[in-house]
Design a protein around this ligand. Structure first.
Ligand code: SF4
Length: 236
């Protein structure tokens, strides 16, 4: 899931630009989600869902023709993105706000940092300019980096590679963590990145251990898919 943030000061057309980008991406056949940064709560005082929350529920779901999840805490952007990945497979996530995040950005004002790909006048963008902008988004936006900073890509860290992708000087797939993984680890549904060394270590020790069990049902597990689930009920 590639991520693009539309940032800028108040009343500079961020929402207008977000909707235009979403429409163009959808027109191109991509599945798209959006996140908007807000400075207020969502629920309306007195509603049933508000009463559930006030009673102490940490998660309130309103289910009907649409489904509304209300988590009673402020989550960081990366936590939100991780949870969305478990919940829905999307090609692009368009974010409105979060100007200090480390994702590719389009600015609708004078704001600019090393993640800013382009500054745009959201009120005057014409169809050709929008087309070029979405081409740029397709080409240079990227998905979450693990932030392991292992330097295997030849860059000083994940942020350096991300900024090189924005400048068009490197490709996201240079990151070793984005290549096909032999071993994945999920804790409560959230994927925990493992560097190639740890993947190899976990794979070899787990396969060695299972082979030592001499499981007659499956024989040698080398080359087979192995799933290991740990439930630490004692410490709950
Ligand atoms: S290889 Fe990937 S995880 Fe390692 S520093 Fe480069 S971008 Fe970060």
């Amino acid at each position: 899931m590639k991520i693009i943030a539309v940032v800028g000061t108040k009343n500079t057309g961020k929402t207008i630009l977000v909707t235009k980008i979403v429409q163009e991406l959808v027109k191109r056949g991509f599945s798209v989600g959006t996140i908007k940064h807000v400075n207020h709560g969502f629920d309306v005082e007195g509603r049933d869902t508000w009463k559930h929350k006030e009673a102490g529920a940490e998660l309130v779901v309103a289910a009907g023709d649409e489904t509304f999840f209300l988590v009673n805490e402020s989550l960081k952007l990366d936590n939100i993105l991780e949870r969305i990945k478990c919940f829905k497979k999307l090609d692009f996530m368009v974010i409105e706000g979060f100007k200090h995040s480390n994702y590719a950005k389009i600015s609708t004002s004078d704001f600019e940092d090393k993640f800013t790909m382009k500054k745009v006048n959201a009120f005057e963008i014409d169809p050709d300019a929008l087309h070029s902008l979405v081409d740029l988004i397709e080409e240079r936006s990227y998905s979450m980096f693990s932030q392991m900073n292992c330097k295997e890509c030849g860059f000083k860290g994940c942020t350096d590679l991300a900024q090189a992708v924005i400048r068009g000087e490197a490709e996201e797939k240079t990151c070793v963590m984005k290549k096909e993984k032999n071993v994945t680890l999920h804790v409560e549904g959230v994927e925990i990145p493992l560097n190639p060394f740890v993947q190899k270590f976990v794979k070899n020790t787990t396969i060695g251990m299972i082979n030592a069990l001499k499981t007659s049902q499956v024989g040698d597990v080398q080359g087979k898919k192995v799933e290991l689930l740990i439930r630490d009920e004692d410490n709950r």
